[in-house]
Every structure is written in C-alpha cells, then in structure tokens.
Design a protein around this ligand. Structure first.
Ligand code: PEP
Length: 257
C-alpha cells in the first residue's frame, strides 16, 4: 500500500522571510497534524532553517529544490548535500524542467545526485516529463523511459523504493490548468509499466509516482481516485495556505466543496 503524498516547491516565488514565515505558519496550522498523508515543502535554501522551526511539532517535512553534484570543493554557488542533511531536510528535488532548460542539468547529473541522496539518507524527488516537442515527434515514451532509467539506475535496489518520481509534463507547467485526467491516468500507468519492465514488478508496486504541473484544488479532486497517482507536486496554486489545505483534503477525498 503506497501512502499518499502531497508537497509543494515554492520555487523562487517566495522571496522574503516575512512571506515565508506567514505561509509556513498558515500551512502548519491547517495541515500540520494530518498524519494519514505525507506532506512536504521545498523552499529556497536560505529559508530552510525558518521552515524547519515553523514545522517543528508538525508532520510536515521539508527539503531543498536542488543539490550540488559534488560533495565539496571548488563549486562556486553550489550547496553540498551534507549541509542539507544537517539542516534536517528529508527530500531533495532533482531534475526539474526549469533546471534542465535554464541551468543545463542533465540526466547524468541527476543520476549522480540520486547516488549522493542514498549515501546521505535523503529522499530524491526526481522530476520527469515529456516536452511539447516530444509529443510532436512522437517520442514521449522514449523520453520518459530514458528519464526513469537515469532516475533509478544509480541507486541500490533497497533505495529505489524511496525515490519519488514526479511526473511533470513540461508543457503543463505554469499553465492555467493541469493536463487532463485521462492523459495523466494513462501516463502514470505507462510509467509504472516502464518501472516494472526495467526494474521489476515489486518496485513498480512500491514506488510512488506523483503528478505535477499546474495542480489546483480541482486537479486534486479529479485525481484523488486515480490508482497510479500517488501524490501531487504543487507549484503556484499552493502558495496560499487555504489552497494548499484544499489540495490536500481534495486529494484525500475529503473535499468540503
Ligand atoms: C512545477 O513546475 O513543478 C509546478 C508544479 O509548477 P506549477 O504548478 O506552478 O505549474
């Protein structure tokens, strides 16, 4: 039985300590005691200590939006994984489409970072997803299978089940609406089939595959009963505590709307 999980990356949308403080406080008071679902928030690096303090005494976990590809050394501007561990992070997001497009992040780097996560005991949330161009060229399956391969290949068998695959169709990020339910359902099933084919049925049954890309309370309601969607990765629509709460409750099938 896979436990449902809902989390949000604040990207760089939240760029003041005051805003971060009231958002974290609001989220903590609204969903901080919901232990029937895993919850996480990924703020910018300097906000992590504040979020840690705000989520103390709640079930909400936190983490980072990226990590350095090396452990230490001459890597100006990068953040090493041991510091994230010492800050109490549980999760690290890897391979987001914006990092691939704007900062040249590659599949190889993702695989190395997954290895570091295993070594340091952090759970990677590895983003995967086809672009509009992939669809046009009829190569979505190839793209996704390749990304799944890189996400899982540099981890031990035991650690693979700790990895979270965040399916984020690149064309659905930053839009008014998420991809439609049928498309998401079909792709999640395909992703689980890919995991089964390349890494075995047991892992395919255990690994959590979550959906991201313009997730709203409406998306959460629609996807709450989709068997292969184990969670949601929320962006802009999770930046108000009441919305984040709605998304969590709707996804649990406890909507009051
Ligand atoms: C994302 O890019 O991971 C994301 C979920 O963003 P948004 O919901 O804002 O599209």
């Amino acid at each position: 039985m896979r436990k449902k999980i809902v989390g949000s990356s604040w990207k760089m949308h939240i760029n003041s300590f005051d805003d971060a403080s009231s958002l974290a406080q609001g989220i903590a008071s609204r969903v901080g005691q919901q232990d029937d679902i895993d919850l996480f928030i990924l703020p910018s690096y300097p906000l992590i200590p504040m979020v840690k303090a705000m989520f103390n005494g709640t079930v909400i976990k936190y983490g980072a939006q990226n990590v350095a590809v090396a452990k230490q050394g001459a890597h100006t501007g990068e953040v090493p994984i041991n510091l994230l561990k010492e800050l109490g992070c549980t999760y690290v997001e890897l391979n987001h489409a914006e990092r691939r497009a704007n900062y040249n992040e590659s599949d190889e780097m993702t695989a190395i970072k997954v290895g570091l996560c295993e070594e340091y005991g952090l759970k990677p949330i590895v983003c995967i997803g086809e672009t509009g161009e992939d669809i046009k060229l009829n190569r979505s399956y190839l793209t996704l299978r390749t990304q799944v391969m890189w996400a899982l290949s540099n981890a031990s068998e035991a650690f693979r089940k700790e990895i979270i695959l965040a399916y984020e169709p690149v064309w659905a990020i930053g839009q008014q609406e998420s991809a439609d339910k049928t498309y998401i359902e079909k792709t999640h099933r395909m992703l689980r089939d890919i995991v089964a084919l390349d890494f075995g049925e047991e892992l395919a049954n255990q690994i959590r595959i979550i959906y991201g890309g313009s997730v709203s309370p409406q998306t959460a309601m629609e996807l709450s009963d989709v068997k292969d969607v184990d969670g949601l990765f929320v962006g802009r629509f999770g930046l108000q505590p009441e919305n984040f709460e709605k998304i969590v409750n709707n996804f649990k099938g406890e909507s009051n709307d």
